[in-house]
Design a protein around this ligand. Structure first.
Ligand SMILES: [Zn+2]
Length: 121
């Protein structure tokens, strides 16, 4: 187990350096905070979660890096944000944002009533 612990530690170091990087070092790995109950409770609430989000996740995967500030996040820390809030099924209409940037983005676009944001406030 010691070996795997050290590997995890190494990964953390990589993570802190990978803000500018593009290597999906965490691909396929599970993290406790992702399978955390809260994460699913948030999902089960149904607010802000619709087939569109499943669709975008299927197409583009789970967002892990904010395209605005470059922050790496997991689970509900990262969102798919729709650029024009028309929620069309156009891949280029979607950007990855961390919860903070998403909130700012939606405030700027007068879309603060977005249920995702209300949930995460
Ligand atoms: Zn961000």
């Amino acid at each position: 187990m010691r070996g795997s612990y050290e590997r995890t530690k190494k990964h953390r170091e990589i993570m802190s350096e990978s803000k500018k990087g593009q290597v999906p070092w965490n691909k396929g790995k599970k993290y406790p905070q992702i399978s955390d109950k809260k994460h699913y409770a948030w999902k089960e609430n149904g607010v802000g979660y619709n087939p569109l989000h499943s669709w975008i996740k299927r197409k583009l995967g789970k967002p892990s890096k904010c395209s605005h500030c470059g922050k790496i996040g997991y689970g509900h820390q990262m969102h798919w944000a729709n650029k024009d809030h028309k929620y069309r099924r156009i891949l280029t209409d979607w950007i990855r944002l961390c919860s903070k940037c998403h909130m700012n983005y939606d405030i700027k676009n007068n879309n603060y009533k977005n249920p995702i944001i209300t949930t995460l406030k």
